[in-house]
Design a protein around this ligand. Sequence first.
Ligand code: NAD
Length: 503
Amino acid sequence: MEKIKTQVSQQRHTNTKTKVAVAYGDGIGPEIMKATLNILEAAGADIEPEIIEVGEKVYLSGNSSGIEKKSWEVINKNKIILKAPITTPQGKGYKSLNVTLRKSLGLFANVRPVSALHPYVHTHFPNMDVVIIRENEEDLYAGIEHQQTQDVVQCLKLITRPGCEKIVRYAFEYATLYGRKKVTCMVKDNIMKLTDGLFHNVFKEIAAEYPEIKSESQIIDIGSARLAANPENYDVVVTSNLYGDIVSDIVAEIAGSVGMAGSANVGKNVAMFEAIHGSAPDISGKGIANPSGLINAAVMMLIHIGKVGIANKIKNAWLTTIEQGYHTADIYQEGQSIQKVATSEFADKIIENLGQQPEKLAAIQLDENAGSITIPEYNRPKETQVLVGTDVFINWQGSNPNEIGEALAGLKSYNLKLKMITNRGVKVFPNGMPETYCTDHWRCRFVSNEAITTGSDKTYPSVAFEQILALLSNINEAGFEVIKTENLYEFDGKRGFSLGQGE
Ligand code: NAD
């Protein structure tokens, strides 16, 4: 089976200089990047930075993507990016650079390890050690949004089987490689049965292939509440894009400081490493920012490119420095810290400590293969897809569902017949409730009038696309404005659409 190797194999040599696209970013970005690069150099990481211009300056020069063409060339050549945070200018029209980079470069996995450094960094959860693995390309982040009527806007939530398989398998492979014991899946499939249901089903399928790793699933609302209340009970968490965005910030916050955690954005060919925090304009230029987030990101980068020994050395020197009590202002605690240090002084202490092991905090000793995560290429099985009807969305300013319902029920188009109308997902025709609030956005479901009942489920005979075209034409002639359609399909006889509430 062909495999996706999420690593830059040509760069897996410990003794050669590795070219890395480096973005100094905005705000505190240049300060923490300088500190990080100094540590990499002192540790003998043999990194050759090639600077790329991204962020505020590029945005304000009129480039709405925030990245110059030249920078794309450097990224495509080097395949590895170390990026400091950037400032996205306020106002409409600026596209998120992070989303652009993640999606254009296929960086499907966002990996964010967060652990407590008790008692050196204040946290209520001294034993927490959680890795959030967030799907990075799909979900509501597809950015497909439309205003469909005066009252209604929509955002499309796209979840794909290949996307779920990649991220879930990545999570289990990560757990295997790093000696983790449990993977928790967080979804909301009690409500979103098809999209989150797919993520959950794929999780169950893939979890079965890793019997040595415990697996569990939680609904995102109670899951994130429990994660915030008892993070010690979690190990690896895998979830979709939006939920992952939220839970990874919760976890970073409760560990002590947003300045501490690094993250990796990993794809088939390219990977990007960055701190989780932003450009912190409130402390920019003061030389007091904590560079730990970017240092930890750089450690993840070194592991990814196979320089695991250097990664261990830097991480242990960093832990030693924290343990000795040299702390930047954000983590400084009277009685616990011994000295409040500036960004550059903190980096100098880490450099002094290269080769040291922490005495109280657990030292890191990853083996040389720690960065190699290989996952199978998606193999699409053949399924039979049958068209069985259509949902027609209509912009109608009336308020009585029976009026539009009776008008549409009277339309003839081969054997296609109005089955129901919903408004915001709730059935309002036939037999709606007078209390249901209706907007100007009506979803009208047309299926064959000869539904087949098999057990508890209804299936429908296939319809030809021409029937749907004729139906749309009839609706248009009847004076209704069609704003969109969604075809209804069955896949291998299984319904590929949700029922309306009350259907
Ligand atoms: P932020 O993370 O920059 O700052 C939040 C708070 O945390 C501030 O009080 C800040 O001083 C503090 N903080 C952050 N990093 C710190 C560090 N390393 N050391 C000490 N204190 C630190 O979040 P924000 O203020 O919401 O955003 C500022 C800008 O950053 C915005 O323009 C936002 O769009 C951008 N941003 C960029 C990224 C990225 O490039 N990956 C991520 C998040 C936000």
